[in-house]
Design a binder for this molecule. Structure first.
Ligand code: AMP
Ligand code: GLY
Length: 416
């Protein structure tokens, strides 16, 4: 079987690696892919949001399945367009991907169906938003409504910071259209856990829990990024917490989407905060997370291609999905300056000296036969081991074997 994967990050590399392990998969294309993906798949020079280009390619090359990984093409309706062209596609349609694409949609859904989340209000007028902030007081959280590369959230410790964030988003246009509407949210505390789940519209099967590290620097300091590392499992996500989440959050969300006529098929990502009052939804993503996927799929012990097909055909209830009983740690090596401006084209050395990890590529390219940096997040050095401590040690051992100019990574992935 032939599969086309859409995207170019570490997540897509992990998906390609897992698919390549399936005895049923004979060929993988990846659009646009990266230097690491090129070693196991044929990279196709099409942008991840080039819906017309991807549909035309699929009609010509006839992949048996197209897996759409990133948020943007899902929100833009790439799955809908592929299905309309008679191509089998994995991922939610646009009307279900909105659970990630619009935070106000997600909040309204949770309110309507009683799914536990932070209290909130939605504004398109910065003056009204400021009045609400003054009434509620700080700390308080301001979120751009639309997709903002994981950077549209301000956790404000003062009312002034919150009002400034609203003005930036609504009046200043920092996030473009994505920030013209803002969600203002109650500030919650507690450990954060990410739970990804395969969903076929009615059945949901969770993957092992993970924890992401969103801030750029050690001790959770610095600006928010797409994610500087991840590990799996989270020690906070006990069986009791999992059971509570399944009953109060996971199943109700899948049922709510179906009831709204927005049947969700694909991977649903629950960003949870385990507050003293119980688990709360911080965010939904309509896709695999990055870098959680690098950690979580490293533990998959079943055939990902079979799982994707079961999701598409609504047969997930028949699937027995197995996971390795071990821990995984993924340390992201980024370009110095990320998430703000950074240089590209820096030669990467030491990849051939890696001993205990698998190095998922994100922003990499090949220039004159040399692997070079080509993005903010460059590599996801990922190790598995019987314990988390060993996985962390192995991953960092290899991080120190790899170098490129101005490489930046956190030293505390897995520690919190
Ligand atoms: P998000 O992009 O929605 O995942 O938010 C980015 C980060 O902001 C989260 O990982 C949390 O650490 C923090 N955050 C989001 N919402 C809240 C909230 N209601 N209370 C406290 N922190 C939050
Ligand atoms: N790591 C968080 C995300 O993929 O949105």
């Amino acid at each position: 079987m032939k599969v086309l994967v859409i995207g170019s990050g570490g997540r897509e590399h992990a998906i390609c690696v897992a698919l390549a392990k399936s005895p049923k998969v004979s060929h993988i294309w990846c659009a646009p892919g990266n230097a690491g993906i090129a070693s196991i798949a044929e990279c196709v020079p099409l942008g991840a949001t080039d819906i017309e280009g991807v549909v035309a390619f699929a009609k010509e090359q006839k992949p048996d399945l197209v897996m759409v990984a990133p948020d943007d093409p899902l929100a833009l309706g790439m799955v809908d367009a592929l299905e309309a062209a008679g191509v089998r596609a994995f991922g939610p349609r646009a009307n279900a991907a909105v659970i990630e694409g619009s935070k106000s949609f997600a909040k309204d859904l949770m309110k309507k169906y009683g799914i536990p989340t932070a209290e909130y209000a939605v504004f398109e007028d910065s003056g009204e938003a400021a009045a609400y902030i003054r009434e509620k007081g700080a700390p308080i959280v301001v979120k751009a409504d639309g997709l903002a590369l994981g950077k549209g959230v301000t956790v404000a410790m003062t009312e002034e910071d919150a009002v400034a964030a609203v003005k930036d988003a609504v009046d200043g246009g920092t996030f473009g259209k994505a920030g013209a509407r803002v969600v203002i949210e109650e500030y919650l505390t507690g450990p954060e856990v990410s739970v990804l789940a395969f969903v076929d519209g009615k059945t949901l099967k969770t993957m092992p829990s993970a924890q992401d590290h969103k801030r750029a620097y050690d001790h959770d300091e610095g600006p928010n990024t797409g994610g500087m590392g991840a590990f799996s499992p989270s020690r906070f996500y006990t069986e009791a917490v999992a059971a509570e989440c399944m009953e109060k959050i996971f199943q109700p969300t899948v049922a709510a989407m179906a009831a709204e006529g927005r049947r969700f098929q694909g991977v649903l990502y629950f960003g949870l905060m385990l507050t003293p009052k119980g688990p709360r939804v911080i965010e939904y993503n309509a896709r695999f997370g990055d870098p959680e996927t690098q950690a979580v799929l490293s533990r998959l012990d079943s055939d990902l291609y079979d799982i994707f097909n079961a999701v598409i055909d609504g047969r997930l209830d028949e699937m027995d999905i197995r996971w390795k009983d071990e821990a995984a740690c993924c340390v992201v090596m980024a370009s110095g300056g990320y998430p703000k401006s950074y240089a590209k084209g820096k030669p990467i050395t030491g990849l051939d000296r890696v001993q205990d990890s698998f190095v998922y590529h994100a922003g990499t390219a090949v220039k004159d036969g040399q692997t070079v940096t080509n993005g903010g997040r460059v590599l996801g050095v990922t190790a598995t081991a019987p314990t988390l401590e060993e996985a962390i040690q192995k991953a960092y051992g290899d991080v120190h074997r790899i170098s490129f100019e101005n490489a930046h990574f956190r030293n505390d992935i897995g520690v919190k």
